[in-house]
Write a protein that binds this ligand. Structure first.
Ligand SMILES: Nc1ncnc2c1ncn2[C@@H]1O[C@H](COP(=O)(O)OP(=O)(O)OP(=O)(O)O)[C@@H](O)[C@H]1O
Ligand SMILES: [Mg+2]
Length: 382
């Protein structure tokens, strides 16, 4: 149960006590809210007193009469706006002329309750205002969560960057002190390992660049014809050094929609990440099948592997930022856990969805479905 404070600023005692009576046992609930709202009523007989109570009690809602003995309602409203109070103001006045209404709305009043009002009229206004307050709170909360995610982001980032730097520093130190001999050949292994660490750091940086681009930049601007077959082949070439080591075979099934209308970077993000995962989490001698298809309404991309798979519980978390499945099989596979969260954001830009089917030890199929209206099929020769 959450309580909102309602401040009534009116010189008529009858109005103040009427509002208090009507709201005493009133509560508001909506299916999307997780708790009911009730109300505590505070009373002020003048604008000056209203401001004083507002400063002291920080109420959520103000019901404000315009015609007051000293300071007028619109002046109180001006004060509220100038001092950036979060309060929602509704004017209650029998002198609600068009002029006052326009001025008050410009100054941030959100509602009018004409006097005299019935209990029902007051309740429905309060209900509306409550909904607004609720949405405001939720938005604020989301901003706060955004901060938390940024913090988490920075701590994971520093950790992931520090580890390879320490390793490379150690190898260089070994060489500087000639610990393994005087010949370059003596250091083949530390050099190779340093190069690997640099490569994984580069991958992380590329992920981060994608992540910030997709998170913070306006999107769907660089739209052009994209040949998905080429994007798929490029993704396979990128991952091939690793795929050769693991003896992975590829199959491209291009059934329809070879070319579409999209931002090429977005398609590269989707293919690079899903192809790289299909190799990374595959078994030696495994297979990866990439399918590109569409019908009149949907573009359909699928990435099937014969790898380690995942349990149903893990399937729910892998699209979150920094989420990685930790077990015996994934222990020696490096990654930041950002790839799928980036893919999910990109797919959402096109109003699409990404899903996964998977069986432990058998393999996984990641499927991306995007409405054709977002990408249009560019038929060859047209
Ligand atoms: N094809 C797959 N088969 C099995 N597990 C997978 C597959 N793809 C992803 N996963 C699991 O989901 C997790 C998240 O994948 P994601 O691509 O987001 O991050 P990552 O591969 O760990 O790092 P990177 O940011 O380098 O891509 C992985 O750590 C892995 O545990
Ligand atoms: Mg990945």
């Amino acid at each position: 149960m959450a309580q909102l404070k309602v401040l009534v600023v009116d010189d008529e005692p009858g109005i103040r006590s009427g509002v208090a009576r009507i709201l005493r046992n009133f509560h508001v609930t909506y299916p999307f809210m997780d708790e009911d709202y009730t109300y505590e009523v505070l009373e002020a007989a003048t604008g000056e007193e209203g401001i004083e109570i507002m400063e002291r009690e920080n109420p959520d809602i103000m019901l404000l009469d315009n015609k007051l003995p000293g300071m007028q309602g619109v002046e109180v409203l001006e004060y509220v706006r100038r001092t950036n109070h979060e309060i929602i103001v509704a004017m209650i006045t029998s002198y609600a002329s068009v002029d006052i209404a326009v001025k008050a709305t410009n100054d941030g009043a959100t509602d009018f309750i004409p006097k005299p009002f019935t209990p029902q009229e007051l309740k429905s206004s309060i209900e509306q205002i409550t909904k607004q307050q609720y949405l405001k709170r939720i938005t604020h909360q989301l901003d706060e969560e955004g901060k938390k995610i940024r913090y988490q982001f920075l701590s994971v980032l520093s950790h992931e960057m520090k580890a390879p730097l320490n390793a490379i520093e150690g190898y260089l130190q070994m060489m500087k002190e000639r610990q393994l001999g005087d010949m370059v050949d003596d250091y083949a292994s530390p050099i190779e390992r340093s190069l690997q660490r640099i490569q994984s750091m580069r991958n992380l940086i590329m992920d981060l660049l994608d992540f910030t681009k997709v998170s913070f930049e306006k999107h769907l601007e660089n739209l052009q014809e994209v040949n998905l077959e080429e994007v798929a082949s490029a993704a396979i070439v990128t991952v091939s050094p690793y795929a050769i080591q693991k003896d992975i075979q590829f199959e491209n099934r291009i059934l329809n929609c070879r070319s579409i209308w999209a931002d090429p970077n977005d398609m590269e993000i989707i293919f690079n990440n899903l192809v790289s995962n299909a190799v990374k989490y595959n078994k030696t001698g495994g297979k990866v099948i990439v399918t590109i298809d569409c019908n009149d309404t949907e573009l359909f991309l699928s990435f099937e592997d014969t790898g380690i798979g995942m349990s149903p519980a893990d399937r729910d978390t892998i699209f979150d930022e920094f989420s990685r499945i930790k077990n015996e099989k994934t222990r020696n596979i490096s990654g930041s856990g950002l790839g799928l969260s980036i893919v999910k954001r990109v797919v959402a830009l096109y109003h699409g969805v990404i899903t996964v089917e998977s069986a432990l030890d058998k393999g996984s199929i990641f499927t991306v479905i995007i409405p054709m209206a977002q990408v249009q099929n560019i038929k060859d020769g047209l």
